[in-house]
Design a protein around this ligand. Structure first.
Ligand code: C2E
Ligand code: CA
Ligand code: CA
Length: 750
């Protein structure tokens, strides 16, 4: 019993032997002989003494003389066995020769073995060693059995055995515990079956039948209602056993309560597949569900509808009421969406594959795709109309005000519809096309549903993402005006500036050509232009304060804005807000635009003129103006289009056009300015033709307000004007063109 005797590398002979004999001589001799053979010997001369001694300190083996006065060997052995912990202590009974009766009595009394008293000490020592070895093996076995039981218990696992025919099903104690039964209870096959909920029973029986018929391995999970009423999930695994002749005799296997594990797995699965905020299936789960619905539809030959629902202007709510309110809103939206697709349009699919796909569960057909995007899956639709009806129901539901953070919000949604198989054969195509359709709905002005059409593809997202970003650009302060000085080359002074819009998007400056056309298409140009006017007025004020700037800043406006009756009011309020005169703002309108809508804009032009806002006709020369109109329009300036300036001196027509424009302007009493001046030669020619106002890279690129301040500071042109190039690069002398301006490096005309 002491560990010392069982440690592997310790020789068994170091084991402690309790030697009990009333005969002092035998005791002495036996002890001496065993000591000689490496045993540690303790002696006792009576049964009583022996009991006392071993209680105090248990030996590894007891050698008992059968015949003793008082408590004899048999009684001592019997008594010893009743003591706790001594049930399996090896006891060797020393009997007389051929004393069959004693041998039997010895075994009955619980002795492990007997030895006929003799002076053959080596034999005795050998027998003791054998006893000790087998005791050790048994102890180890018991210990690992205990360990196994504990492990099984911890794993809520137990074993069972099923024999074909009479003996039937037998569970281990641990196996019984899995089913909530005590160690002494029995669980017959019939009783076990009764623990399985009735709705699962025939399924389980079916599985068992199959397995036995094919002599195959059993591995399944089943639900069991324990006697205390708890519902558990039990994993059963068993292997068939065969007789020598190869017939199935039974199954042995394990049962394990996997409820906790299953719950943990379910939780993980849930977290991975469902949106934490709304509890709706997430993107991943949705894709899976659409996939299942498509499989089903393929088999049964019906159509599937995928609706992509995107909230309109959700960001507004988030930004103005905060994220918590945004979350509340999303929750309410998901509730409404669910109510729209519930009952009639749900997917019925088998889930919980681990249950062999036999548990049926209704799948939500609405999921959150991300942010403010939701998906409604219609697993069976008969036509496009079906899907559109659901979409209308959704739009209708959304229209009701939602109260969040104590405020009534109105949220609308845009819905894109794609149908299987018409608009796509797989999940990816259907999702993409519903997205395209949704963006088409947005383009229609939002709060609408659109069905996918092939011609929509290609437009859509990118452009509309740009659009929606642009929409937010103003709020996010992402727009900036750069300024390009207008130069009077005769005085070399800045006589005004043109404001050119830039959009700083994701850290990059987007040129107006990339977003102005889009802004015009979508109507965003109106708030953009209004912002530009305000911003220009603000800048005029800053420059006025710092540099005494009294010129005007030209803002480019599309014709559309001139059609608006409130343009004048808007300009008026912008300039008064910053305390600058109306003349601080000049407006540029393109010739083409003006000519197209001249009737609609003429009134505005007059009113603007009345309040002192000057009008410049941009890109002049490209729009085939009706000269008759020009004479009647209240305009102040013609801006020679860049293309003519570029070709000046290169093509005779350019020079002719520019000459004509200058002449026209002069006759109408209008200023003329040339844009896109890049070279000295162009400047020289323009000047010679009589155009002294210029704008172009030669002087300055459009720059942030701070960067053109040196133009505002200087009253006299510096000795080395920025546009003056070394003489050998100059294509024409300019001295004459710049009277009074020192241009030392330029050669005079020959
Ligand atoms: P635009 O009104 O004709 O503006 C002049 C364009 O010529 C500007 O391009 C300017 O950077 C560029 N430019 C100036 N000097 C030179 C030069 O020497 N050489 C060359 N090659 N180009 C020169 P930007 O800034 O890219 O603007 C392009 C167009 O976008 C503008 O043409 C205007 O139609 C529009 N735009 C710019 N800002 C606004 C705005 O605030 N509102 C509206 N509605 N349109 C704007
Ligand atoms: Ca312009
Ligand atoms: Ca222009």
């Amino acid at each position: 019993m002491t560990p010392a005797a069982t440690v592997d590398d310790e020789p068994l002979t170091a084991a402690t032997v309790l030697l009990v004999d009333d005969d002092a001589v035998t005791l002495l001799m036996t002890a001496a002989a065993l000591r000689e053979r490496g045993f540690v010997i303790r002696e006792a001369t009576s049964g009583e003494e022996a009991i006392q001694s071993l209680v105090q300190s248990p030996p590894d083996v007891v050698v008992l003389d059968a015949m003793m006065p008082g408590l004899d060997g048999f009684d001592t052995c019997r008594e010893l066995r009743t003591l706790p912990g001594f049930e399996s202590l090896p006891v060797l009974m020393l009997t007389g020769l051929d004393d069959d009766a004693s041998i039997n009595r010895a075994y009955e009394a619980g002795a492990t073995d007997f030895f006929v008293k003799s002076p053959q000490w080596s034999l005795l020592a050998g027998r003791l060693r054998y006893l000790l070895r087998s005791a050790r093996t048994r102890q180890e076995l018991e210990r690992s059995k205990a360990k196994l039981a504990r492990a099984q218990d911890l794993a809520r696992m137990g074993s069972f055995d099923w024999r074909r025919g009479h003996s039937g099903l037998v569970f281990s104690v641990e196996g019984l515990r899995v089913f909530g039964m005590g160690p002494h209870e029995a669980l017959s096959f019939r009783q076990a079956l009764r623990l399985i909920p009735s709705e699962d029973r025939s399924t389980v029986l079916g599985i068992l039948h199959d397995v036995i018929r094919h002599n195959s391995v059993l591995a399944t999970d089943l639900r069991a209602t324990l006697p205390d009423g708890r519902l558990r999930i039990v994993h059963v695994e068993a292997e068939p056993e065969f007789s020598d002749s190869g017939t199935l005799v039974g199954y042995t296997g394990v049962v394990q309560d996997v409820t906790d594990r299953r719950m943990a797995e379910d939780k993980i699965r849930h977290l991975a597949n469902f949106d934490a905020l709304t509890g709706l299936p997430n993107r991943r789960q949705l894709s899976w569900r659409v996939e299942r619905a498509l499989e089903h539809a393929r088999r049964l030959g019906h159509q599937v509808g995928v609706l992509l629902i995107d909230l309109d202007r959700f960001k507004n709510v988030n930004d103005t009421l905060g994220h918590a309110a945004g979350d509340d809103l999303l929750l309410e939206v998901s509730r409404r969406l669910r109510s729209c697709v519930r009952h009639s349009d749900q997917v019925l699919e088998s889930s919980l594959e681990s249950m062999g796909g036999r548990w049926h569960r209704t799948l939500e057909a609405v999921g959150r795709f991300g942010g403010d995007e939701f998906i409604a899956l219609l697993p069976e639709v008969s036509d496009e109309g079906d899907a559109e009806r659901v979409a209308q129901r959704i739009l209708e539901q959304m229209r009701q005000p939602i109260t969040v953070a104590g405020e009534e919000c109105f949220v609308t949604a845009s819905v894109g519809i794609a149908l299987y198989p018409r608009d796509g054969h797989n999940v990816a195509d259907l999702l993409r096309n519903s997205d395209v359709a949704m963006y088409a709905a947005k383009a229609l002005g939002r709060n609408a549903a659109s069905v996918y059409r092939p011609q929509l593809a290609g437009k859509g997202r990118e452009k509309l993402t740009l659009e929606s970003d642009l929409h937010k650009a103003i709020e996010r302060n992402e727009l900036v005006l750069h300024y390009q000085p207008k130069i009077d080359v005769r005085t070399a002074r800045m006589v005004g500036a043109e404001a050119l819009m830039r959009w700083s998007r994701n850290g990059q400056l987007v040129p107006p050509g990339d977003f102005i056309p889009l802004a015009e298409e979508s109507g965003l140009i109106i708030p953009l232009s209004e912002w530009a006017i305000r911003e220009a007025a603000r800048q005029a004020r800053l420059w006025q304060d710092s540099f005494g700037f009294a010129e005007s800043i030209a803002v480019n406006l599309p014709t559309r804005l001139f059609e608006r009756t409130d343009l004048v009011e808007h300009i008026h309020s912008a300039v008064t807000a910053y305390g600058v005169p109306h003349s601080a703002i000049e407006l540029e309108i393109t010739e083409t635009g003006l000519m197209k809508e001249v009737h609609d804009v003429i009134k505005s032009l007059h009113r603007l003129n009345e309040i002192g806002v000057e009008i410049s006709i941009d890109d002049f020369g490209t729009g085939y103006s009706s000269l008759a109109y020009l004479t009647t329009l209240p305009i102040s300036e013609l801006k020679v289009d860049r293309s003519f300036v570029r070709d000046l001196g290169l093509t005779p027509q350019s020079t002719a056009v520019v000459t004509a424009i200058i002449a026209l302007a002069r006759s109408l009493g209008l200023r003329v300015i040339a844009e896109g001046v890049e070279t000295l030669r162009q400047m020289e020619v323009l000047h010679r033709l009589g155009c002294g106002l210029m704008q172009g890279y030669l002087f300055s690129r459009p720059l942030p307000a701070e960067d053109i301040e040196h133009w505002l500071q200087q009253t006299v042109l510096p000795r080395k004007a920025p546009w003056i190039v070394p003489a050998d690069e100059a294509q024409a002398p300019v001295e004459a063109a710049l009277p009074g301006i020192p241009v030392p490096s330029v050669k005079p005309r020959p």
